[in-house]
Design a protein around this ligand. Structure first.
Ligand code: F6P
Length: 324
């Protein structure tokens, strides 16, 4: 391999820039060229490439977002779109591709590999931590810190006004952000899609803690949780069925995806970029690099997408005990 391409795709996550920097510098270290591909698979179809050298990625390790931009491409889902993408790769003499993104992006990478036998390696970049084969996806740790900071701030106003706050956090269909940030933020209750305890139990528990002397409370709701139709209906239900609290809702939204990556995410991105490039150079393809048992390990892309990420049951128990 003499030239590798790198793209970021799907929802951005903090640490993507650090990963781009790592891929570019690992290529330079191994004396091969690196092409940055703009706007994910869209840029692959349009041939929107730019050669990047070690100096072109200076000053980005601490930046949120992605300098290569990102997109969710509809055209890449068509055979014609993928053919155009492949032709552009061949024309630019790119012989391997590093895809930084989530499960949708990995599906795209796998199809490219299957149809054209094109070497691909994935780096899991998403705040949701919903990829199998890594204990941490890139951006998860930073998003957690952002959410905990937001919970701390909301707690100030909640306790000043004796209020109950429902705070909705991202995570798509899983509750990793909610569970971890909820424990770290001292939440009274944490509602996640993996565990449905029902509305009555929630109201009971909040009533009990109110009677035990608590004057304010925080409930973290994962966006994928189905206890209420949505967080505003959940708030209305609780408001009608318990007394003593002024109830408010705060939906944190896309601020969870922004900001400077944490130290953990910068180190993880740097390790993953090196491992991705070196895997391609060793002739490995169709794998994702991940952090397992403290080491960089490879998991087949298919397994990374389809494997279930499990909620840590011990965390659930700790969260229960902490809300005593
Ligand atoms: O996958 C990352 C994520 O931020 C999810 O947590 C969220 O459900 C989704 O993307 C939001 O997507 P969009 O940016 O398209 O609104």
């Amino acid at each position: 391999i003499k030239k590798i391409g790198v793209l970021t795709s799907g929802g951005d996550s903090p640490g993507m820039n650090a990963a781009i920097r790592s891929v570019v510098r690992a290529c330079a270290y191994h004396n091969i060229e690196c092409a940055g591909i703009y706007r994910g698979f869209e840029g692959l179809i349009d041939g929107d490439f730019k050669l990047m050298d070690a100096r072109s990625v200076k000053g980005i390790i601490n930046k949120g977002g992605t300098i290569l931009k990102t997109a969710r491409s509809k055209e890449f889902r068509t055979k014609e779109g993928r053919q155009k993408a492949f032709n552009n790769l061949v024309k630019a003499e790119i012989e391997g591709l590093v895809v930084v993104g989530g499960d949708g992006s990995f599906t795209g990478a796998m199809v490219l590999n299957k149809e054209f036998d094109f070497p691909v390696v994935g780096i899991p970049g998403t705040i949701d931590n919903d990829i199998f084969g890594t204990t941490h996806t890139l951006g998860f740790d930073t998003a957690l810190n952002t959410v905990v900071d937001a919970i701390d701030k909301i707690r100030d106003t909640a306790s000043s006004h004796n209020r109950l706050f429902f705070i909705e956090v991202m995570g798509r269909d899983v509750g990793h952000i909610a569970l971890n940030a909820g424990i770290a933020g001292g939440a009274e209750e944490i509602l996640i899609p993996e565990e449905d305890l029902g509305l009555d139990r929630l109201v009971d528990s909040l009533n009990k803690s109110r009677k035990s002397g608590k004057t304010s409370s925080i409930v973290i709701v994962a966006e994928g949780d189905k206890i209420g139709k949505n967080i505003f209906e959940l708030k209305d239900y609780v408001d009608e069925n318990m007394e003593g609290y002024d109830v408010r809702v705060s939906v944190l939204g896309h601020m969870q995806r922004g900001g400077a990556p944490s130290c953990f995410d910068r180190v993880l991105a740097s390790r993953m970029g090196v491992k991705a490039v070196e895997s391609l150079l060793e002739g490995k393809s169709n794998y994702m690099v991940g952090l397992l048992g403290g080491k960089m390990e490879l998991t087949h892309l298919d397994k990374a997408i389809k494997g279930k990420t499990k909620i840590n049951l011990e965390l659930l128990r700790v969260s229960d005990i902490m809300s005593t």
